[in-house]
Design a protein around this ligand. Structure first.
Ligand code: PHE
Length: 491
């Protein structure tokens, strides 16, 4: 078959697309609270080590797989080793489920943007948390009490899927133009929020809290696991996105410099966004007359409870800053969201030679429908559970498999020779050592560690059966991946 693969129109289109995928909700709410929970300033040390020992080597590996095979993950892995196709499908199924709840969180942001204009959440701790739990989510008392879907969230979700469809249907060249906006707009907003944050009274207390290291944290394995988990999530690794995006590169494009540029741009953005968030939390603490520690809630609560509250206490233009913050979440998230859909579509197109214009709408509609359980009154619990199992077990497993397939079956040296031929910067034998030994060893240990923890405690204080469902679900996805790999393709 003649080569008809789509191409990025320029190197910067590719760079912006990858940076847009990497920078997302993970940078603005996940990074700050993970940093805070894991030793504050000291966390930056394991974070940087994770970036160097797993993030960058794996990013180079994934660019290589896409660039060399010119295919989406399942076909790409099949070309490298005929038994490895299922690993590609496993990544694709994981990212598809991830996209369904990622878009639901964005659906909440749509609602919040709408309520920004009236600051609907009030300005007391009670009113803000009640707005999130009772008005927006109408959260039920347990994961088994679904209690019907929430129409405003479904509306937001539908809007996000429509955006994804519109961003992707014209193909990669148009996508390459959209990403300039979805990267530059949030960057500008972050700058505005950092300046506003740092000029608020109490800001320095927040920053101190963010950056003061607790070196004893470095002795805890949990902190190291958190650092590796965050690096995987934030760099969009082991999910197929980078392989697909790299497969649209021209044959002569660089790999290594691109990998360094994109990962550093992403991590710097996280670091800077941390200043916006923590300076504002410092202000909130001062306004309430409490310490920063007492206002910091973790996870999703940070973006939808603590931060909105801080904003509604701003002396001037609170509504403007509220709207700006949710616009930030939406513009940050949208290019991550469509970078989750593109690999799914492209994998199906690649294997069965179907037309993208038919596959895309079907994937979007299915993505929307599968997201509906997350819009029920028990949705928040299920998002939390799904996220835990997908990021901790799913992503790590795929990363581990990638190291084995490239490091051993194909041979790291062979891959490195190819990478060095096309790249502007040469990588040395250190890369082989990471891919063959250090990265898989670390990922293997972390998988075992988490599994032991899971057997002992279950996850997150939910009833133990939810842990079995989460774990069972990952196994079902792996089996589904094997079945998909066994099906005959068009070539
Ligand atoms: N990196 C994105 C974020 O930080 C999430 C993502 C994961 C996007 C996997 C694509 C693939 O929000």
């Amino acid at each position: 078959m003649a080569e008809t693969r789509e191409r990025w129109s320029s190197r910067s289109a590719f760079l912006f697309a990858v940076i847009g995928s990497a920078i997302g909700l993970g940078n603005v709410w996940r990074f700050p609270y993970i940093t805070y929970e894991n030793g504050g300033g000291a966390f930056l040390i394991p974070y940087l080590i994770a970036l160097i020992t797993a993030g960058i080597p794996l990013m180079i590996l994934e660019y290589y797989v896409g660039h060399f095979t010119q295919s989406a993950p399942p076909t790409a892995f099949k070309k490298i080793w005929h038994r490895a196709e299922w690993a590609g499908w496993f990544a694709i199924l994981l990212i598809f489920i991830l996209s369904t709840y990622y878009c639901t969180i964005m659906g909440w942001s749509v609602n919040y943007l709408f309520h920004s204009f009236s600051l609907g959440w009030g300005n007391t701790a009670e009113s803000v948390s009640s707005f999130f739990n009772n008005s927006i989510l109408q959260l039920s008392e347990s994961p088994s009490a679904f209690g019907g879907i929430r129409l405003p969230i479904v509306g937001g979700l539908a809007l996000i899927w429509l955006f994804i469809y519109l961003s992707l249907f014209k193909g990669v060249e148009t996508l390459g133009k959209i990403v300039y906006f979805t990267v530059i707009i949030p960057w500008l907003i972050i700058v505005v929020m950092v300046v506003r944050g740092l000029t608020l009274p109490g800001a320095m207390e927040g920053i101190k809290f963010y950056l003061t290291p607790d070196f004893s944290a470095l002795l805890k394995p949990k902190v190291w696991l958190a650092a590796y988990g965050q690096i995987f999530f934030t760099l969009s690794l082991a999910m197929g996105t980078l392989i697909v995006y790299a497969s649209y590169l021209h044959e002569k494009s660089d790999i290594t410099v691109n990998a360094f540029l994109t990962s550093i741009a992403n991590c710097l953005t996280s670091f800077v966004a941390g200043f916006a968030v923590f300076s504002t939390l410092g202000y909130l603490a001062q306004s309430l007359g409490v310490s920063v520690k007492d206002v910091t809630t973790s996870g999703i609560g940070l973006a939808f409870v603590t931060y909105p509250m801080a904003i509604s206490l701003l002396p001037v233009a609170a509504r403007f800053f509220a709207a700006l913050f949710f616009l930030l979440l939406l513009t940050l998230g949208i290019d991550s969201a469509f970078s989750m859909t593109e690999p799914v579509v492209e994998s199906i197109v690649d294997k069965w030679r179907l037309k993208k214009k038919y596959v895309l709408p079907v994937v979007c509609v299915f993505g929307f429908l599968i997201g509906l359980p997350f819009t029920t009154r028990a949705g928040l619990y299920w998002i939390d559970i799904a996220d835990h199992f997908i990021t901790n077990y799913g992503i790590t497993t795929v990363g581990f498999l990638e190291c084995i397939v490239i490091g051993y079956v194909l041979g790291a040296k062979k891959a490195r020779t190819y990478i060095n031929q096309v790249s502007e910067m040469q990588i040395g034998i250190w890369w082989d050592i990471f891919i063959k030994f250090l990265t898989p060893a670390f990922l293997g240990i972390s998988l075992v560690f988490q599994f032991v923890n899971f057997i002992r405690k279950g996850y997150g204080g939910y009833p133990i059966w939810t842990t079995y469902i989460g774990m069972g679900f990952i196994v079902v996805l792996a089996i589904a991946a094997i079945i998909l790999a066994k099906r005959k393709g068009a070539v």
